[in-house]
Write a new protein. Structure first.
Length: 181
């Protein structure tokens, strides 16, 4: 056979269709035998090996395409198994670590109730206009410009009134313990 005929025969033996037909089943069988039939990644690993082989620039320099494909498929399958095991461990660790539940102690519940009562009393003690501005701003979510259009007051005046009102309410909550004394 001429050198050209040998090169053509070699090129044909390096074609993916030829390699797949010649070695695909053999490599797949070896992987299933070695890693088990339950491994979902066997076909993916085989496909990845053939894909990598197809992207090689110098496929002609690979002395034994069968061995090359087998090693590439085996390594791809091992990587797949490691990733799956690692993911299982991460999910298990995540499932095993439930965040600690913060239970409110009776003392914390009492303090929260006292703060709420002091805040309620402070709101009731506000003059009706300040209470209305606070309600429009904090409860209804209106901007100072929108409140200004509704009330006819300037946005700056509304801002100052709400700031003073919040300071009064903060003081009312802070002073809650001194009322009984």
């Amino acid at each position: 056979m001429s050198k050209r005929g040998q090169a053509d025969g070699r090129r044909d033996s390096r074609s993916l269709n030829y390699l797949l037909a010649r070695y695909g089943v053999e490599i797949r069988t070896a992987l299933v035998r070695r890693y088990g039939a339950q491994q979902d990644g066997v076909d993916d690993a085989l496909q990845q090996a053939f894909l990598r082989f197809s992207t090689l620039e110098n496929r002609d320099r690979v002395a034994d395409p069968r061995a090359f494909l087998f090693v590439m498929a085996r390594n791809a399958l091992k990587d797949s198994i490691r990733r799956a095991d690692s993911q299982k461990r991460r999910w298990k660790a995540l499932a095993d670590t439930t965040p600690p539940q913060h239970e409110i102690s009776p003392e914390e519940a009492l303090l929260m109730r006292e703060e709420q009562e002091a805040l309620d009393r402070g709101i009731q003690a506000l003059d009706p206009e300040a209470r209305g501005l606070l309600r429009m701003s904090r409860i209804e979510g209106l901007t100072y410009a929108e409140i200004s259009r509704l009330t006819g007051r300037s946005a700056a005046d509304i801002s100052r009134t709400i700031a003073r009102t919040l300071i009064e309410l903060r003081r009312a909550v802070q002073m809650r313990g001194t009322e009984a004394a």
